[in-house]
Design a binder for this molecule. Structure first.
Ligand code: PLP
Length: 382
């Protein structure tokens, strides 16, 4: 009997990094610099060199990281922000927070990322209708794969739209060796524990080469501060990161590049063990995914498949069972072309398998064998 298989294993990495993390946290206890302490500044510097970007602002979550640039650009009522519908709610939520309108875009069937043709169509529709002012695009690096920025960026430039990369899942993913900041005005990420680069609570970061924008976001991050902390020049938020999270991330960042390679090896083994029985997420040429999720599509009977897997002790999860344009809170917002057939279809056929850098070969072989057996059982019954 194998030990229980987690969907995401955080314990192996914790054990590996424990002594370094303990040391850093003990130093924070000694200094009592719990908020925005020296580890926070160090993390921001290290993240700048990791990504080759001029400015990194740590913050309280990946959601706040998305809100801050929109706030800094003054996006609000009457503005349209184009977002994929096949994503986590936060991508569209921040747009609605500010009174602006999320406009939902379809995704590509094989890559699951924003479809540039659907984006182009939606911008045209909004412009023709003349009710909303197109302002920005938020592309998502879904399941770890960098979006198709070489196709999206020229569309943004042509229509004078700001481009945000929501890299909550794909922070560190590259295309031809370049990270999303090579195309996006702003890259945001989340350090929620289950993300490829996660802390031990909530956290996030924003990266940009725009010095003026960074200054405004820095002010907004702490209540719109001006010359000092009790001078308020704009309406901001409490978006700070706490020092303990920065300490955890500093230790994790030292192994992050190696972990991306380990995740790639796991993805490669899944592809060779399952490529003939399920369709896997296509990675575009020249891209390196961070493999936040390993997601496959099934031709039918997803529920039966998940039940069979559960019976063999293998957890599976659906990301995402309902695209945002079908969610109660978001169903009234506009969609490119009125319908998003690919998002609708994917939500019915995707399922994600256990994925983490420390997934050992023996366990993975058991998962692969379980997938094959579950599919066989379903076909035999049909
Ligand atoms: C997790 C996630 C977020 C939000 O991050 P939090 O840190 O949980 O606020 C935003 N966008 C995407 C695509 C995510 O996966």
């Amino acid at each position: 009997m194998l030990k229980p298989i987690p969907f995401i294993d955080l314990a192996s990495q914790r054990d590996r990094l424990r002594s370094g993390i303990d040391r850093r946290i003990a130093a924070i206890f000694d200094s009592c610099a719990f908020i925005m302490g020296p580890d926070v500044r160090e993390l921001e510097e290290r993240l700048c060199s990791f990504s080759g970007v001029a400015h990194t602002l740590s913050c309280s979550s990946g959601t706040d990281a998305l809100a801050l640039p929109l706030m800094a650009w003054g996006i609000g009522p009457g503005d349209a922000v184009f977002v994929p519908s096949f994503t986590f709610a936060a991508t569209a939520e921040v747009v609605a927070w500010l009174g602006a309108t999320p406009v939902f875009i379809d995704v590509h069937e094989d890559t699951f990322n924003m479809d540039p043709a659907s984006l182009q169509a939606a911008i045209g529709e909004v412009e023709r209708e003349g009710k909303l002012r197109p302002r920005a695009v938020i592309a998502v690096d879904l399941f770890g794969q960098i979006a198709d920025y070489p196709a999206i960026k020229p569309i943004c430039e042509k229509h004078h739209l700001k481009l945000i990369s929501d890299a909550a899942q794909g922070f560190g993913s590259t295309l031809d060796g370049k990270m999303a900041n090579a195309w996006a005005d702003v890259v945001t990420t989340s350090f929620y524990p289950a993300k490829p680069l996660g802390c031990y609570g909530d956290g996030g970061a924003i990266q940009t080469d725009d010095a003026e924008l960074a200054k405004v976001m820095e002010s907004l991050r702490v209540h719109g501060g001006g010359t000092d902390r009790y001078d308020n020049v704009r309406i901001g938020m409490n978006g700070r990161m706490d020092t303990i999270q920065a300490a955890v991330l500093l230790e994790k960042l030292t192994v992050f590049p190696e972990e991306i390679e380990l995740r790639q090896a796991v993805a490669d083994r899944y592809a060779s063990g399952l490529g003939d029985v399920v369709k896997t997420q296509r990675v575009i040429g020249g891209a390196q995914s961070t493999w936040a999720q390993y997601t496959v599509t099934l031709s039918s009977q997803r529920d039966a498949f998940m039940t069979a897997m559960k019976g063999k002790g293998v957890p599976t999860v659906i990301y995402y069972g309902k695209p945002l344009h079908r969610q109660t809170a978001y169903s009234a917002f506009p969609r490119s072309g009125g319908t998003l057939p690919v998002c609708d279809r994917l939500s019915e056929i995707v399922v994600s398998l256990p994925m983490y850098p420390y997934l050992d070969n023996e366990t993975q072989d058991y998962i692969i064998q379980s997938v094959r057996q579950s599919l066989d059982e379903i076909h035999a019954r049909a």
